[in-house]
Design a protein around this ligand. Structure first.
Ligand SMILES: [Zn+2]
Length: 335
């Protein structure tokens, strides 16, 4: 009820002062802000002007009353002069299919006369109104302007205040410092992310090179046939797969062309339970051998699932993967 009266007032002030007629409006369910759609977005200065004007009418405590005329024989509502899908939506006029028998006019003293069949407050005095800063959505022809008044406005400021207090508490600062503090946290987080990426790339490069060196030493110590190695890592990152991928690229870059190898990389979270997921990556030089090894691994570890192409295979293992237990078992299946 109070939002409906506020909508009449708001539409009237905007139309009179800025020649921007209300195209559609909605009072929306509690506690969302209601809105009016205008043919253009209002500027910051216009919004402030409208809000000042509306609230000065509120503080004047203007009266609202209803005038009723009997409709003459055969006469229906008010013809708005333009075909609209639902004139009930317009907020300024009776529906053209209105058949209440009377012509009802809602009047805000000295400000507005609008045909309307809705219920209204008797006075504007409790309708302090807040018009949101800028349209949050628009179509080609209309711009949505949200507003709040009366009890819904108080409720809104209460919940916004609670959110702000909570956020300021988390950031250990006063409410006015919150935007700057959030900005700082976001910037720091971006910098940290970039640093983590740089370090990960460096670490993956080092790991790949170390594995290649290990293989070269094994070869130098008369290692025969294909070199096989299982590396189990602990990593709580969400991008463990990408990290293992970078390790394999670095490894491949340091391995002599004719070298024969089978390499299994496993990345597990630091705290594991029966539902933990480990990322598994297998690569080698013999396509057939990779197929055989992946089949053997799946047979050995029933919760291991995955697929591959050529000399690469990757998948996920669900459960606890320990380097000394699962890692050792897997190692034995590689050669
Ligand atoms: Zn109305």
């Amino acid at each position: 009820m109070s939002l409906h009266t506020a909508q009449h007032l708001l539409s009237s002030v905007i139309d009179t002062a800025l020649k921007a007629p209300t195209l559609t409006w909605s009072l929306t369910p509690w506690p969302s802000p209601a809105y009016i759609d205008l043919p253009r977005p209002l500027t910051v200065a216009e919004i402030s002007q409208v809000q000042d004007q509306v609230n000065s009418h509120v503080f004047e405590g203007r009266r609202v009353h209803v005038e009723v005329d009997e409709l003459r024989n055969g006469q229906v509502g008010i013809d708005l002069g333009q075909p609209v899908a639902s004139s009930r939506e317009l907020g300024r006029g009776l529906p053209t299919d209105y058949s209440g028998g009377v012509h009802r006019m809602v009047i805000i003293d000295g400000i507005d006369r609008t045909p309307c069949c809705g219920t209204h407050l008797p006075t504007l005095s409790t309708l302090q109104l807040f018009l949101f800063p800028s349209p949050t959505s628009s179509s080609a022809t209309s711009f949505r302007h949200y507003f709040l008044a009366g009890p819904r406005l108080l409720n809104h400021f209460g919940s916004v205040q609670a959110l702000l207090t909570r956020t300021a508490g988390v950031l250990s600062c006063g409410a006015p410092e919150t935007p700057e503090r959030v900005m700082l946290v976001v910037e720091e987080s971006k910098r940290r992310e970039k640093r983590v990426e740089d370090l990960e790339r460096e670490l993956a490069g080092t790991l790949g090179r170390q594995l290649a060196e290990e293989m070269a030493q094994w070869r130098a110590a008369d290692g025969e046939g294909a070199w096989a190695r299982c590396l189990s890592r602990t990593d709580d990152s969400q991008t463990a797969r990408a990290f293992l991928q970078t390790v394999t690229l670095a490894f491949a870059a340091h391995v002599p062309e004719q070298a024969q190898f089978t390499l299994l990389l496993v990345s597990s979270p630091s705290s594991q339970t029966s539902s933990s997921t480990s990322v598994v990556m297998l690569l080698g030089t013999e396509e057939n051998h990779i197929k055989t090894v992946s089949d053997e691994l799946k047979k050995q570890f029933r919760t291991l699932k995955g697929g591959g192409k050529g000399s690469r295979w990757s998948g996920k293992f669900v459960g606890v993967w320990l380097a000394d237990r699962e890692g050792k078992t897997a190692s034995a299946l590689l050669s």
